[in-house]
Design a protein around this ligand. Sequence first.
Ligand code: MSP
Length: 644
Amino acid sequence: MQNKFYVTTPIYYVNDQPHVGHAYTTVLADVLARYHRLLGVPTFFLTGSDEHGQKVAKAAAAAGLTPQEQADRTVVRFQQLWKKLGITHDDFIRTTEDRHKLIVQKILADLFQRDEIYRAEYDGWYCVPCERFFTEKDLVNGNCPDCSRPVEKIKEANYFFRMGKYQQWLIDYIQTHPKFIQPDFRRNETLGFLRKPLADLCISRPKSRLNWGIELPFDADYVCYVWFDALVNYISAVGYLADDAAFQKWWPCSVHLIGKDILTTHTVYWPTMLQAMGAPQPESVFAHGWWLTGGSKMSKTAGNVVNPMEMAERFGVDAFRYFLIAEMVMGQDASFTEDSFVRRYNSDLANDLGNLLNRLTNMTGRYFEGKLPAPAEDARAGAEEKELWDAVQLAVTTMERSINEMRLQEGLGAVIVAVKAINRYLELKQPWTLAKQADKLPLATTLFTAAESLRVCAGLLYPVMPEKMTVVLRSLGQTRTTPQLDELRAWGVLKPGAPVKEFGPLFPRVEKEAVSDQPAAVSQKKPAAAAAVPGVVELLDYDYFAKLELRTAKIMNAEKIAGADKLLKLEVLVGEERRQIVAGIALYYTPEQVLGKTVVIVANLKPAKIRGVESQGMLLAASKGEKLVLVTLDGELSSGAKVK
Ligand code: MSP
């Protein structure tokens, strides 16, 4: 077992309100911290705010505030968001705090004294928004190589850190420590950057140009460059040069989580700074991708910036946390759209997880007076029970691996597969049929096995959705609702006789705007509108109804139709006959969810082409407002039966 886990987020600039990028890194760090705490590993989770530098000074000037006032006001928005999102950081460091400023000054004084920092005349190019210096060669089409904006010519005396002399050492270090920069392609990016000669780093700004920063201890006319100041937060927060015991305990950090745009500062500036200080290197730096809207960058001017506070308020904190972790392949860019959010919410959370809890609590209520029944002694000897337990244990193994390999989305995917397996197990065992037998033991075993399996899934999901999974565990009758990871491998943790009940719907379905005019069905031509008298339903002769041929049909195959996100192409069995039906249900059901269901179809409609695909019938569904549920049978009738 690891002896400790220390995770950091970047410290965020307090020039503007938090957005989804900030929320992502912080939720990710929180999930990792929570997993390690569950594993019993001593954990330290650090986040904070980057309060000096030009960006903050500029925002303050625009708002008519002092930079400190600007920082004081904005930092609260980050702190409130972390509270709302259930973030469990152990410390929040602000770079304007004395505990940080004093350490930065100590480091500067020491490096200056040892000639790791020197004074020189600087003549070159400067990018104001990025606050970085560039040589002529660095520029791309005469502009900043990072943000492509115009640069300014600058000539002034400054202080420089001898970063260049560490170039070969850094290349060797990266090559001999493959875990140091992750994912691999980011490691190659840094090595690529290091193929060009590494210049020394300008670490000062003359006060005449910018006075919002930490004063250099050896020259009161200058403040420290904001990045040199900011990076030090990772060690000043854990006692560097102040509290040796704390520093020894936590440093080196296990993982610095960062966005891909701040790779160079974290994998070139920071390691060389630490090397010059004589401090150990962090174990790893993990750079994640960017959240885009559709395919484009989020930007204030485009008006497409996702506001995390608003998302959490509209859809719930846990659902938002889940989406962030499940949707982004760690390291790659991902797209944040409301559509993708709602789709994932409805399929993974409302349908798979929420429904499962609802079915279990309902059936326990109905058949066992709301008390978890005791299973057969050899419950897991049954083939289906064994298969299900294996599927659930596979999710445990996958989750463990996914945490170590920083592929959390895979772990979550495995849990949802396990949840689906529990749902399938219930379909297969048909507790509603077992309930008719005199011997209640098979029914008890079925419900207990499903509940135990759900308990394990809830434990695995707990670090991502702590509030909702606490509800699940309470619903299953657990009194201690913080799961322990070793219990996830154990069978029989739930106690027979414990009260099982639902505390309201776990994830109420989110209904998007109407999917189509005739959502469930097949947008065959609409019948001529009945006389439009409000509240009056036109009455029909029986003969009219008798012409309709309604039949049961079993869904054998289901798939999405490329380019039509509301439609599913179904292959159904009607008695001996196979038919293809196109149904507008894809926003309500995934293909997996409809597989095996026995539905009711209108069997004597003329075939129609929908998006070029032939549809030979129409499904019946009940819809109210924007809700839609397929009309299904419990499966006791074979397909092809007439519905009258
Ligand atoms: N203050 C520096 C970090 C100093 S760490 C010693 C900084 N702050 S920031 O507020 O501008 O950005 C913080 C983080 O947000 C960065 O990791 C950046 O990559 C991330 N993101 C900004 N926009 C983002 C998205 N659209 N998507 C994902 N992350 C994004 O940089």
